[in-house]
Design a protein around this ligand. Structure first.
Ligand code: HEM
Length: 405
């Protein structure tokens, strides 16, 4: 095993930028890999990733054991953050997952998402028009980052001018939620951010309880199934989850997508000529360089895989980006082909935790990428190399210099 321990170092800059050669090697030689730097099991084959995501012996609840492991004074200091994170459907197993997810499904309907098309198209135009004659700019900062925030706020029915403070509170909570090891005051900051954000949402919810509006926050407050409804804390927690879960992911879909099209100019020109292929192109972007590097789980019941024993409490990474390039499933997986079909990528996960926001992300991706190609025909990349973020769950870049000539 020593040789494999040496080959996958997730913090190595070259590996962060392109983990595929290592994933390919692990798929062939060590499909159930113990990664010493991560102290976790790593699965890279498509079939294993799907199996793990469906397996009831493996739990999505990675919060309860984490909170239990905190010293009691630290735990007392983050009671509010914990209260809201504890409502997140993403961290729940059945039956709690089933209950909250079926209430959320009533709000996140395909029809509700389709209705957002005009406001998304509008938001895209507002952001792109001022960029038309700008010679050089940062594509992430000016377009891919602000767009999803605008869309989520519009969807929830919140004023766009609140973006700044919501962003500040998210940034306070991020080091705690993302498990940063470098931030010393992350507990106190996360608690302050959670209290402020919860107060903000509580006021917005109470206003909608007395005066319902045509927005998703009102629908979350009002949705019922049998005699059940979301509690006020669950509505607040879910709204925070939408902000977290739907923002940077979609930013990275748009950023990685436009970059892939500019790096493969033949595919870019084909799409410009045939915009009706944008939906399929978005699926290929999600597969080829999607925003999801991995999903994380914990072993709930001891069991064996590939002859190795996974013990209760062990952490598991399923490398979705690796699975999306598994040649056992995809022909020429390293070729970017916007007409690829079928394209059963796992970027939105698989099984009960399949991304609730997938229809929204797909619609945003389709409109945003389509409009960028049409409205900014002379766009090109202004850097030779783009460094990906050093995180274990996402794939994307913080900055993306582009130019128009
Ligand atoms: C391209 C953009 C997106 C990608 C790649 C993505 C990816 C994912 C993935 C991989 C999961 C499963 C996480 C896990 O179980 O480990 C997930 C779950 C989830 N996503 Fe997304 N997401 C995107 C956009 C959105 C948007 C726009 C929203 C909502 C505004 C959203 C809301 C959620 C929620 C609520 C869950 C939890 C579902 C559950 O556990 O049942 N996502 N997403």
């Amino acid at each position: 095993m020593a040789v494999h321990d040496a080959i996958y170092n997730p913090r190595d800059r070259g590996t962060i930028n392109d983990p595929l050669p290592i994933f390919r090697q692990l798929q062939d030689e060590d499909p159930c890999h113990w990664c010493a730097p991560l102290k976790s099991w790593v699965f890279t084959r498509y079939a294993d990733v799907r199996d793990v995501l469906l397996d009831e012996q493996i739990s999505a609840d990675r919060l309860t054991p984490y909170f239990a492991s905190l010293p009691s004074d630290q735990r007392r200091g983050v009671m509010e953050v914990i209260k809201y994170l504890n409502t997140w459907v993403a961290f729940k197993d059945p039956p709690d997952h089933t209950r909250i997810r079926s209430l959320l499904n009533k709000v996140f309907t395909p029809g509700a998402i389709r209705n957002l098309r005009p406001s998304i198209t509008d938001a895209v135009a507002q952001l792109l028009d001022p960029l038309r004659n700008v010679e050089a700019f940062d594509f992430v900062k000016e377009f891919a980052y602000p767009l999803p925030a605008t869309v989520i706020l519009t969807m929830l029915g919140l004023p766009l001018e609140d973006i700044e403070r919501l962003h500040e509170w998210s940034a306070e909570m991020q080091p705690f939620i993302g498990g940063a090891t470098t931030s010393t005051d992350k507990y106190a900051r996360a608690e302050a951010g959670a209290i402020a954000m919860a107060e903000y949402f509580r006021a917005a919810i109470r206003e909608r309880t007395s005066r319902p509006r045509d927005d998703m926050l009102t629908k979350l407050v009002a949705c019922r199934e049998n005699d059940d409804a979301l509690t006020e804390d669950e509505v607040i927690g879910s709204a925070i989850l939408f902000l977290f879960g739907g923002h940077e992911t979609t930013t990275n879909l748009i950023g990685n997508g436009v970059r892939a099209l500019l790096q493969h100019p033949n595919q870019g020109s084909e799409l410009r000529a045939k915009p009706e292929h944008t939906k399929a192109a978005v699926e290929e972007i999600l597969r080829f360089d999607g925003p999801t590097l991995a999903s994380v789980r914990l072993v709930g019941t001891e069991h064996e895989r590939h002859g190795r024993t996974l013990k209760c409490g062990d952490r598991v990474f399923v490398m979705i980006h690796g699975a999306n390039h598994d040649q056992r499933i995809f022909d020429n997986p390293n070729v970017f082909d916007i007409s690829r079909s079928p394209n059963p990528h796992l970027t939105f996960n698989y099984g009960i935790h399949f991304c609730l926001g997938a229809p929204l992300a797909r619609l945003e991706g389709e409109i945003a990428i389509g409009e960028v190609l049409q409205r900014l025909p002379d766009l090109s990349l202004a850097a030779d190399q783009y460094d990906y973020m050093d995180t274990m769950v996402m794939r994307g870049v913080w900055t993306m210099p582009v130019r128009q000539t």
